[in-house]
Each structure stands twice: as C-alpha cells, then as structure tokens.
Design a binder for this molecule. Structure first.
Ligand code: BG6
Length: 496
C-alpha cells in the first residue's frame, strides 16, 4: 500500500492534537517506511514560527508523545522536508503563500504532488479554511487526476444536523466525497477494525447475531479523566456531542450492520448508513430513552476531585452533561425488539470502552438458577481499550463430587498473542487518507444520519435547561437514573 508523492499541510499546527497525535503519527509512519519517498510536511498556523523552531517543536512532540523513541536518522529525513507557513485562517493572502510554497516544492521535485490538508483547528474556522483553499485553487488543483487534493477534517463535525449539513455543503463546493476524510479516531483503533473480522470471519457468531439469540447489547465508553483543561470546548459540547453521536454510534453501526457485499469503503459505509436509518426516534422526558448527568465531587484513582461545575472554565450553573446514556431500538428484521444501550461519561469508575453482547438464556429445564446453579447469560465482550481483547462468559461445572455451576470467563488478549507495540489510530488514518482509502472515515450522509437521531434530543435538553439533569459522584458508574433506563427491560449495566 503505497501513497503517491504527498505534501501534508496541518492547519492548527501549534495545537495540542498536532503535538500529541499527528506529528508522532507521521514520524512512526516514517519509521515503518510507509511514507512516500517524496514526502513534505507543512505546518500552518496563526502564530509566526520560524521553520527551525517548528522542527524543534515537532522533535519535542515526538520525544514526549511518540510510542517509539526518536531515532535521529529517521527524524532527519522527515525534518529536512518540514516547514511552516504563518497566516490567518481567514486571510486569502496566507493561502496564496501556501500555494506558492507548494508550487515551489513541485518545481524543485520536477513533478506534481498530492496535497493532503489536515484541518485540526477549532470548528469555528473550518469554513474559512475550506473557502480559502477553494479560492486559492488548492482544492481543485488536480481534480480528476490521481493526485487530487484531499482534506481530512477533525471532529466535531457540526454541532447538530443543520450545522453538519452546512459543513457538508461547504465541502461539496470544492471537494468531491472521495476527497473528503471525516475523522472519527475510534475507527482507527485496532480493536474496532477487528470487529468486522470477528463478526464476519468466524462462522460461530453470524448465525447467532440477531434477535432470536441476542437479548441486548451494551456499549460503554467510560473515561476516568475529567474535563481537564478543555473546559472552553467541553462546555459547548457535552457527552452527547463529544462521544455518543460519533464514537459510540460508530461502534454500534459496526456491531449491528448487515454484512457488506465487500470490504470496499462504499460497501461498508452503505451498510452503516442503512443501520443508522433503521434506528427509531428517541423519546425524551421522564419516561424517555435518554439520561444525562454531570459529575459531582468524588474520588478517582484514590484522590478527591472536584465536581464538573467547579472545574476551571466551567460555568457554575452549567447545564452541560458529562455523561449520557441512551436506549436505542433498531427497527429492522435482524434487531427488532433487542435493546441497545449506549453510555459514555467522564470521571467514571474506570477507563474502559467495550461492546458487550448478551445472549438469551437456554430453557431452564436442566439447570434452574438457585443455590447450586449459579448461572449467567452468555456474554461476548469486545474490549476496545484498555486490555484490548475479546472475552466470553460461559457457565461451567465447579470441580467436585456434586454438580454445582458457576459463570467463568474465556479470555483472548491482544497483548499476550500479538505483543503490545500496535500502531496508534492516527497512524492508520493518516496513511489511509494519503492512499485515498475512506473505509475508516465517516461519509457525509453517515454523519448527517447520526445527527438526525440526536438533534431532537439536544433541542429538548437545551429547552429543559437544568431540569432532568442528574448528577453522579466522580469515580462512580453514573447516575441512578441510568439504572432505571435498563430496569424497564429487566437489564442492568455491566461494571466492566
Ligand atoms: C475525543 C473526545 O474525541 O475522544 C475527548 O473529544 C475524549 O473528550 C477522547 O477524551 C477519548 O479518546 P480515547 O482514544 O482516549 O478513548
């Protein structure tokens, strides 16, 4: 899998994501000889930074955040082709300078290169950047040719259906869909990619993967960290926009979609969209399908931590949720009647992302649950992170002269089988975008479909203000109202 000669332009070059993820991803691709021979990196940002200083910042980022150590020789090759362009995102002249810079690279090389624009800025400047790329002729430069420009766009992709549609509209003015790569970094995680392999390469799962055998599915994306220094962003976002609408919905779509006709990007994304379309509208209000809450003071990692409203940059009367739980129904042939539960929160008991599929119980004629027979429903859980793996809960006989049973766990761990030095999500995603493979990116209609499900909920919450906003102690598994959401179906949340 080779990429053509490429210049990657990072907008938001002095930002946090660039240092933590993007520069280390480029460096690790270089270490693995996955960058094209002619590879150029341009940082673009408002702050004037000399080329040399940008290279030093990049090297520091690698030292601090890369999964592998900085090897001077490998870095030297990338650094030699690394530069910086300063300018405002709404300044057409700056984009002209960028264009001249890219033209100069092409002239030096004596050939055309593909431009990959990575927009890693706050969402408020997504539109000016796209408009300026278009106006400078940087978007259509190679339209119709193998070296077409490409654009990667970071989250958040809109904050509701209307804004996502507007952003898609701006993108379509200058780029065709195959040139657009909307990031959801969960799709770059190894375990998430493995979902399709597990589901469709193992004969034992697919025959059981439906309402006849599965009683419920729980998807958890829990974090131990709080809002940290991102209060300004998070106040405007909340758990539903930040995690549920994108990350957990991607996990849901891959878990529940129909088998795609091929592994082709469009085949897979077609199935994900079809699945999203089958989701029933969510009911809000007291007896509804959604619960929201924010964390109150509590303990995590043995230390006392403040509540959300006491955090830096947070309005003391904030109505922003740091936790959301959803009960979804998928109205299609495969899933009708099977509840799907989604939850995500900050400052929860432990950092864990998992998908747990619970199977129906066999007839209780032989082993009736009681003193001697402790039984659990078979549960298959995909451990997305940490402790990446797959486990299955079965019932087994306790060794002894009497027949007694107990649930046991069968475990597969990636680190034990494959070792632990797996690529980071961003490595895979940057490489795929350079190659032009959109499989692990979100298509325009997909993001709109997901916003269609959640926009009415966001509107209802905005109208309700504080009303119905629950709280949970930091370090717990969430508010009690979320228990009630499952109790209606006689289910309980797992404590993974
Ligand atoms: C981001 C959210 O998309 O995902 C953050 O904006 C969150 O709030 C992060 O912390 C979690 O990602 P990961 O890879 O650490 O699970």
């Amino acid at each position: 899998r080779g990429a053509p000669p490429t210049v990657v332009v990072i907008f938001g070059a002095s930002g946090d994501l660039t240092a933590r993820k993007l520069i280390p991803a480029v460096y690790n691709l270089g270490l693995d000889s996955l960058l094209p021979t002619d590879f150029y990196l341009i940082g673009f940002g408002r702050k004037p930074i000399p080329d040399d200083e940008f290279r030093t910042l990049a090297a520091d980022a690698i030292k601090e955040f890369s999964r592998r150590e900085l090897q001077p020789e490998a870095w030297k090759r990338i650094a030699a082709n690394t530069s910086y362009v300063a300018g405002g995102y709404d300044d057409p002249d700056a984009f002209q300078r960028l264009k001249e810079h890219i033209d100069a690279i092409e002239k030096k090389l004596g050939r055309e290169v593909q431009s990959l624009f990575y927009i890693s800025t706050p969402p408020s400047v997504f539109t000016p950047i796209l408009e300026n790329l278009g106006a400078a002729g940087l978007a259509e430069k190679y339209a119709g040719q193998a070296l077409q420009s490409k654009v990667i766009i970071e989250k958040p992709f809109g904050r509701d259906l209307a804004s996502a549609q507007a952003l898609n509209g701006t993108l379509r003015k200058y780029f065709t869909e195959p040139q657009v790569f909307r990031i959801d970094h969960y799709l770059g995680k190894e375990t998430v990619q493995d979902l399709l392999v597990q589901r469709f390469s193992n004969a034992i799962f697919e025959p059981l993967w439906n309402r006849n055998f599965i009683s419920s599915v729980q998807i958890t994306v829990a974090e131990e960290v709080g809002v940290g220094s991102r209060g300004g962003y998070y106040e405007q976002s909340g758990a539903l926009r930040d995690m549920i609408q994108n990350h957990t919905m991607q996990l849901l779509a891959l878990t529940a979609m129909e088998p795609p006709v091929s592994l082709d990007a469009e085949a897979i994304r077609d199935e994900k969209v079809r699945l999203l379309r089958a989701i029933q509208p969510l009911r809000t209000g007291a007896e509804g399908d959604v619960v929201r809450a924010h964390y109150a003071a509590g303990m995590t990692g043995g230390k006392p931590v403040p509540g959300y409203r006491e955090e830096e940059g947070i309005n003391p009367d904030s109505a922003t949720e740091t936790y959301a739980a959803i009960r979804l129904s998928i109205n299609n042939w495969r899933w009708q009647g099977v509840p799907f539960y989604l939850r995500s929160g900050k400052r929860m008991a432990r950092r864990v992302s998992e998908i747990a599929v619970t199977f129906r119980r066999p007839p209780g004629t032989l082993f009736a649950e009681g003193d001697r027979f402790q039984l659990a429903s078979n549960t298959l859980s995909f451990q997305i992170q940490p402790d990446e793996g797959l486990s299955m809960i079965l019932n087994a006989k306790i060794p002894g002269l009497e027949t007694r049973t107990q649930p046991v766990k069968m475990n597969f761990r990636y680190s034990t089988t494959f070792g632990s030095n797996t690529p980071e999500a961003y490595e895979r995603l940057v490489l795929d975008a350079m190659i032009g493979d959109g499989t692990l990116f979100i298509r325009g209609d997909e993001t709109e479909q997901s916003w269609k499900i959640y926009t009415p909920v966001l509107e209802a919450w905005a109208a309700a203000g504080q009303q119905g906003l629950e709280s949970y102690p930091a370090g717990s598994w969430g508010p009690t109202a979320a228990e009630a959401l499952l109790a209606k179906n006689h289910d309980v949340w797992r404590q993974p």
